[in-house]
Design a protein around this ligand. Structure first.
Ligand SMILES: Nc1ncnc2c1ncn2[C@@H]1O[C@H](COP(=O)(O)OP(=O)(O)O)[C@@H](O)[C@H]1O
Ligand SMILES: [Mg+2]
Length: 367
């Protein structure tokens, strides 16, 4: 797919702008804190309805001093043009229109524009705790399967309600026997998530191994394995296990006032050369593993839909050595890419790599 047009107003430090994008690679360059990441973030917002920089309030996306932000994207797919328009207001309201019509559920946004973003924070995929890895899984599956996005949201709502109930019981204002209702709800929704994640990782693993092998010349072995919060395979077994874990955890969950088991606790095991990558790997190795995960995500998404997602590369290209840059270039062939960097030096960007070069200064774009 191709992002052909992006329009912004009231978005972070970016001045009102309308941009056309060619197929191929757009290079967006400028000094630090000028708005490069903000621009990529606005594209990501049109794909997933939220920022890739997690834990930020939507109000942060609105330019300071403004009441609202508007972002719209036009995307060309094989079946025609898709448009996404997002309006964010200071009151916290988020209004989304797809092809001109308002949507009621976030899942209705998915698939009209899809993206893979790779930024320096993605080293957390390897180094940090499991939440970045769950976000990796969820953002991939949600974009391709709207039903996954919906189950995930329902699960998160049910989880929040069970946790509220746990606190209510601890304060003596709710009855413990109502917990069973939420156990059942979480077990059903959670089973759907675990099954989808298992299947996803089964398909993703060989792609990752092949990409990582080509990035390292086969000298290193990278393995990614799904570690669900409960054992088992098949819908029935997982449902039974999950329900049992939830029911048997009542005492502990009441003491801690939060739900300690379920897919919100899933993880991926990341092994490099037979050892946990987070402990053993060097900075360069970690970067290569993270790139392999992101490229695999890109290709898996393409395999599922026949459409190559938009690739957003934030400040990562210049960090790579020449050999890895070449490999990256060949791996992203066919993907429309927006790449940011602080230096337009031709040593960084070989001739002919870009289709469009944009310069950004203080939120303003100049060609
Ligand atoms: N809501 C906002 N309103 C106005 N400016 C903002 C807002 N959020 C962030 N900024 C500004 O955006 C700039 C950072 O932009 P960013 O895209 O992260 O820069 P970079 O070019 O380094 O990627 C900073 O100057 C910051 O003050
Ligand atoms: Mg940045």
């Amino acid at each position: 797919m191709e992002l052909t047009h992006l329009a912004l107003s009231g978005y972070r430090n970016l001045s009102a702008l309308e941009l056309d994008f060619p197929p191929g690679i757009t290079v967006l360059w400028g000094e630090n804190a000028q708005g490069k990441t903000n621009l990529l973030e606005s594209v990501y917002l049109c794909c997933l309805g939220r920022s890739h920089r997690s834990a930020r309030e939507q109000q942060n996306l609105i330019a300071s001093g403004q009441d609202a932000a508007h972002v719209s994207a036009r995307v060309l797919q094989k079946d025609g043009i898709h448009t996404v328009e997002i309006a964010l207001s200071q009151s916290g309201k988020k209004a989304i229109r797809v092809n001109g019509s308002p949507i009621r559920r976030m899942s209705e946004l998915m698939g009209h524009a899809t993206a893979v973003i790779f930024s320096p924070e993605d080293l957390q995929l390897i180094r940090e705790g499991p939440s970045a890895r769950r976000r990796f899984i969820d953002s991939t599956l949600s974009q391709i399967y709207p039903s996954y996005c919906q189950s995930l949201q329902q699960y998160q709502r049910a989880l929040a309600q069970r946790n509220d109930l746990l606190r209510g019981i601890a304060r003596g204002i709710a009855k413990p026997d109502t917990l069973f209702v939420w156990d059942e709800e979480l077990a059903s929704l959670g089973t759907r998530l675990i099954i989808a994640r298992q299947k996803f990782l089964d398909q993703l693993s060989p792609i990752i191994i092949a990409i990582h092998e080509s990035l390292t010349g086969g000298r290193e072995e990278f393995l990614l394995r799904y570690c669900p919060s409960v054992p088992g395979s098949g819908e029935e077994e997982i449902h039974t296990e999950l329900l049992e874990h939830l029911e048997q955890g009542h005492e502990r969950d009441l003491r801690l006032q939060s739900t300690q088991t379920g897919p919100h606790r899933d993880d991926l095991s990341v092994m490099l050369n037979g050892k946990p990558a987070r402990e053993q790997a060097s900075q360069g190795q970690v970067r290569t593993c993270a790139i392999a995960m992101k490229l695999a995500q890109l290709h898996w998404m393409k395999d599922q839909t026949g459409e190559m997602p938009i690739l957003l590369l934030d400040d990562v290209y210049s960090e790579l050595d020449l050999g890895r840059r070449k490999l990256l270039q060949s791996a992203i062939e066919g993907a429309q890419t927006i790449l940011t960097c602080t230096d337009i030096d031709t040593a960084v960007l070989p001739d002919g790599i870009s289709s469009q070069i944009l310069h950004i200064h203080n939120g303003q774009i100049t060609n």
